[in-house]
Design a protein around this ligand. Structure first.
Ligand SMILES: NC(=O)c1ccc[n+]([C@@H]2O[C@H](COP(=O)([O-])OP(=O)(O)OC[C@H]3O[C@@H](n4cnc5c(N)ncnc54)[C@H](O)[C@@H]3O)[C@@H](O)[C@H]2O)c1
Length: 342
């Protein structure tokens, strides 16, 4: 894995995008990101006409997938349906020869994820996973701090929120599929841990290859986990631990990423999420415990993600994250959640 591709005007590539699944993340984060990246959105698809109507732009709206995929000028599809509904759309888009950027987790289970990766490989279309946090400017800055940390020994992640059974991210009447094991594939762990696992690999340049998990159902009373601790190790021996949860009130500090080494500690606070912002500080052995604030840009992670993916589709930049690698990480997580890893 290499670092994020450049996203300046010189390497901007223009695609015609379609959005399949017009809910919270598509409307509030992906669409603004696409527009900020200078992309054209030519078509929308959702099984809910109300969801499509809430998308604030003048693109074609199709409840029918084939009509959506036949939209003139459509080059790439962003898939943002509930996890178990990714496969059908990714396979259809691949069969139509469209590049696909699919939301995380790749799928609700392993078989769907494998089929999606296979379908895109066979069709010769680029498949990316929409791990937006790898594009956060603070995380790019954090990568640059690694040489000052000495030998990196561990990454410690807290990524938690409050998600009751009747949760709605945007005040609309929501079908909370996140607590339905069939549609989500699990609870807090499958929803939130993929970001941290991806980030660890992105930051270190090597992925977690061993992973164990402890799941919790403690607060909300639904049938999926509302909290989890995961412990992993990379091939070279960096330890990665994650606390992810749906049972931490949003009013509490709940988003933190620490990279610790033999000479320093980098701490990113409130950077894990959908938007730019948060803070990054560096503690070094030389400076004692006094943290030094590290500056970073304000560009939307979604905008950077769409710019980089579009440049990759236009072959201006390589897409640095192989779909097989994302599939390996997905399998590793699912194995850990099933308790198959020691
Ligand atoms: N990258 C991130 O930070 C991030 C953040 C939130 C959600 N996500 C991911 O994005 C996806 C969507 O999450 P969300 O919170 O936006 O959900 P949501 O419930 O707000 O929206 C999902 C939309 O998909 C539509 N839909 C459901 N089944 C469909 C089908 N079979 N065909 C067509 N449309 C269908 C629904 O009508 C709804 O409009 C999930 O995979 C989730 O994990 C990623």
């Amino acid at each position: 894995m290499s670092g994020p591709a450049g996203t300046g005007p010189a390497d901007r590539a223009l695609l015609g995008w379609g959005i399949a699944g017009c809910g919270w993340v598509a409307r509030d984060h992906a669409l603004p990101g696409l527009l900020a990246a200078g992309q054209r959105v030519v078509a929308l698809h959702d099984r809910s006409t109300a969801a499509m109507a809430r998308m604030p732009l003048g693109a074609a709206r199709h409840g029918d997938v084939d009509a959506f995929l036949a939209t003139p000028g459509l080059d790439a599809v962003y898939v943002a349906t509930p996890n178990a509904a990714h496969r059908e759309l990714v396979e259809s888009a691949a069969a139509a020869g469209k590049a696909v950027l699919c939301e995380k987790p790749l799928a609700a289970d392993e078989a769907d994820a494998e089929a999606m990766v296979k379908a895109c490989a066979e069709a010769g279309v680029l498949l990316g996973t929409a791990y937006d946090q790898r594009w956060h400017p603070a995380h790019a800055a954090l990568r640059g701090l690694l040489p000052q940390l000495g030998t990196v020994t561990a990454i410690r992640i807290v990524y938690c929120c409050w998600l009751p059974g009747d949760w709605s991210p945007d005040g609309f009447d929501h079908d909370n599929w996140r607590v339905d094991p069939a549609r989500a594939g699990g609870g807090a762990a499958i929803d939130l841990a993929p970001h941290g696992l991806d980030l660890a690999g992105t930051l270190l340049g090597e992925d977690v290859v061993e992973l164990t998990a402890l799941l919790q159902r403690r607060v909300h009373g639904y049938s999926v986990d509302d909290g989890a601790l995961l412990a992993g190790r990379t091939a070279s021996g960096v330890l990665v631990d994650l606390h992810v949860a749906y049972n931490t009130p949003d009013q509490l500090p709940r988003r933190r990423l620490e990279v610790v080494g033999t000479r320093g500690l980098a701490v990113a606070t409130d950077t894990m999420g959908q938007t730019a912002g948060g803070s990054l500080v560096l503690h070094t052995v030389e400076d004692g415990s006094a943290p030094v604030a590290v500056p970073f840009g304000a560009e939307s992670p979604f905008a950077r993600q769409f710019a980089a993916f579009s440049a990759a589709v236009r072959s201006q930049e390589p897409w640095p994250y192989d779909a097989q690698r994302d599939l390996r990480l997905h399998r590793l997580l699912l194995d850990a959640l099933r308790g198959r890893n020691p």
